[in-house]
Write a new protein. Sequence first.
Length: 257
Amino acid sequence: MSDEESGTVPAADGTPVAWRRRAGAGDGRPGLVFCGGFRSSMAGEKATFLDSFAAERGLDVLRFDYRGHGASGGVFTELVLGDWIADALLVLDRLTEGPQILVGSSMGAWVAVRAALARPDRVAGLVGIAAATDFTEDLMLPALGEMGLARMRRDGFIDRPSAYGDGPYRITWRLITEARSHLLLRGPVPFSGPVRLLHGLADPDVPWRQSLRLAEALTSPDVRLTLVKDGDHRLSRPQDLDLLGQAVEEVLGTARP
């Protein structure tokens, strides 16, 4: 297993974006970049699994924390989706070379697709786990209800309970409105590389139909969606991680060099 490097790279506003990178065998195969989910970090189970997966196969792998997440600087409530897409592009441009496969979990799948559209010559394939594409518009807004929406517009934010034991979190009206410029599921998504999507039918946070909508919107002819009947949103059980590894192997096998 090769040695892992870590550090920070400054975003456009000077905020440090934390990253961890492991060099592979340098044999020309695409590298892997992990894009985490909303309020998650690169220390999570799927990110560390991908790091070990890549190390065992001699692949380059990079993981990072968006601003306001994990080890990176910044205040979560002052940031929006466009900032996190910019962070993904920053590490892709500054810390990787050659073709890459982007692996995105939940919100990270939305970020990964947006990064792929911005850098079509750099992204060879995509893997999405419980893809939460357009979740601000399609999931958050309807969940607020009329009273919650009125309160958010009045106060500029609303606090929502967390199902994962880490306390309530604040959703800002700016997050919702800024994300509208990044929505994907309102038309075709022009990506031509291989795509593998995994989603749990028992996901309580993001309905599996969001992944189906993404699969339908992508213009690539090589898109497969795997549904896990008893899978939750995290898809971090050993059998889920095995599926993730298989999905990455498939994309590696069909991605352009």
